[in-house]
Design a protein around this ligand. Structure first.
Ligand SMILES: Cc1cc2nc3c(=O)[nH]c(=O)nc-3n(C[C@H](O)[C@H](O)[C@H](O)COP(=O)(O)OP(=O)(O)OC[C@H]3O[C@@H](n4cnc5c(N)ncnc54)[C@H](O)[C@@H]3O)c2cc1C
Length: 426
């Protein structure tokens, strides 16, 4: 019997892989929500009103050997006896579930810094469908929103609320938006776009207090008081590793340590998703959880799979504007921009990073179409791609959708020019 704790991105795709490829394996999934699967990544679209909450909730595909215990919270793991205690959240009853192998995938929980007043009514974190519904409802009677944090969730939520005609201010402690994904020179374009939408941005700024009696009426930012009706906290997450504390190895930040097979220090327990640190580090993205889920699914069912070093390919979008990046910086940078297509006023700006031997180490792109450029770089990087592979790649072209001399080729050629390469194979 394979037990899975958490039917989020990781749990879903591990179960799906096993149900499709190892049909005789019995799986039991323990999930504390009372609905099967949902897409957290689509919450900003729900808040914007583009789609309904029901649109992001989906049933798990019917599978003969998969039992799903919804409204059940795993409360204890006995790793010696290989047993899980799960609490039925509707009746309070405790069930015992035996497993041969366990995939632990409970994700992460939002983290709110210790700001005075952060527990007031009108302060929200963003993780579940219930959060999306509560934020949407509260926004109906709000005029001014404060978003704390200018990472992907913060910026996407700011855009969503702005599209609902709220006045929106983003406050970010670091010097620019998307501080972990892009550099300041790229973030300058993102900021221009946010300001065009009417969003106020404050960087290098700190929210010191959230004011109001029971509910939010304002905030003190860098010593100055401003009025707000609601606050969105997008200030990071912490791993949900508590059930394995003392049972498997964790790092100092309480991430579960796994090897490249997604195995913890207990050989019957695998862990995936937002709660783990792999030998390559921590990346908390749905895309990473998906690959980790497949690796764990193959390994718990007797196959052999290892996780390759991820590139951390990332995209965030607000409206049709995309902010994307992959990898890290290198010794040489090639920059470029092109129009989205020959007749468009929209532009994509890109830079690629390269080492001395021409190995691509990363890239950043902003503007409509940024993610497809980063996907190309990411695909090449997986196999040690060189900068000339990018400059002379056979990329599709049609003026309806792109330029012939695309931004990706311009940025790559600029890197090559800096490297003073004299030998060409085009
Ligand atoms: C608003 C938002 C937008 C995002 N946008 C993107 C994006 O555009 N692209 C991207 O790549 N990533 C995005 N992410 C990140 C992505 O959603 C996560 O990295 C991914 O879902 C992690 O998968 P997971 O399986 O580890 O955790 P989750 O998907 O969070 O699933 C964990 C599940 O475990 C359940 N659970 C927890 N504890 C227990 C317990 N004790 N017992 C039973 N069940 C339990 C939870 O209810 C949950 O269903 C976004 C996240 C958020 C919140």
């Amino acid at each position: 019997m394979i037990a899975i704790i958490g039917l989020g991105t990781g749990g879903l795709y591990a179960a799906r892989w096993i149900a499709m490829h190892r049909r005789s394996e019995k799986i039991v999934i323990i999930e504390k929500r009372d609905y099967e699967t949902y897409s957290p990544c689509s919450i900003p679209m729900v808040v914007e009103g583009k789609i309904k909450p029901d649109d992001i909730v989906h049933p798990f595909p019917k599978s003969r050997n998969v039992e799903i215990l919804l409204s059940h919270e795993a409360v204890e793991i006995d790793s010696l006896e290989k047993k899980i205690k799960a609490k039925d959240l509707k009746t309070g009853a405790i069930k015992e579930i035996k497993y041969d192998r366990l995939i632990y995938a409970p994700g992460a929980r939002p983290w709110v810094p210790p700001i005075k007043g952060a527990d007031k009514k009108g302060v929200f974190t963003v993780r579940t469908v219930e959060d999306a519904v509560a934020i949407s409802k509260y926004a109906e009677n709000a005029k001014k929103a404060l978003v704390v944090g200018a990472g992907a969730i913060g910026v996407e939520m700011a855009h969503a609320l702005r599209m609902r005609n709220l006045e929106v201010t983003i406050v970010e402690m670091m010097e620019h938006a998307f501080p972990t994904a892009i550099d300041r020179d790229m973030a300058k374009y993102v900021d221009e776009k946010l300001r065009t939408e009417g969003i106020i941005t404050k960087y290098g700024a700190r929210v010191e207090e959230i004011t109001g009696s029971e509910k939010v009426s304002g905030a003190i930012i860098n010593g100055e008081k401003e009025d707000f009706d609601m606050v969105i906290m997008s200030t990071g997450v912490r791993p949900e590793s508590s059930l394995l504390k003392g049972k498997v190895n964790l790092d100092e930040r309480e991430f579960i340590l796994v090897d490249e097979k997604m195995r913890t220090s207990d050989e019957s327990i695998y862990a995936i998703g937002d709660c783990v640190r792999t030998p390559y580090g921590v990346i908390q993205l749905a895309t990473t959880a998906l690959n980790q889920a497949i690796v764990a699914a193959i390994n718990v069912t007797g196959g052999e799979a290892v996780l390759k070093k991820p590139n951390g390919a990332f995209v965030s979008a607000f409206g049709d504007y995309e902010v994307a990046s992959v990898g890290s910086s290198g010794k040489i940078t090639g920059r470029g921009w092109s129009r989205l297509n020959p007749y468009s006023n929209e532009k994509i700006v890109m830079k690629v990073f390269v080492d001395d031997d021409g190995t691509i180490t990363g890239a950043q792109a902003v503007g409509k179409g940024a993610s497809s450029r980063i996907d190309m770089v990411s695909a090449l990087m997986r196999n040690g791609g060189k900068i000339w592979d990018l400059a002379y790649m056979e990329k599709t072209y049609c003026p309806e959708v792109c330029e012939l001399y695309d931004v990706i080729k311009i940025a790559a050629e600029n890197a090559m020019r800096r490297m003073k390469i004299e030998k060409y194979e085009v």
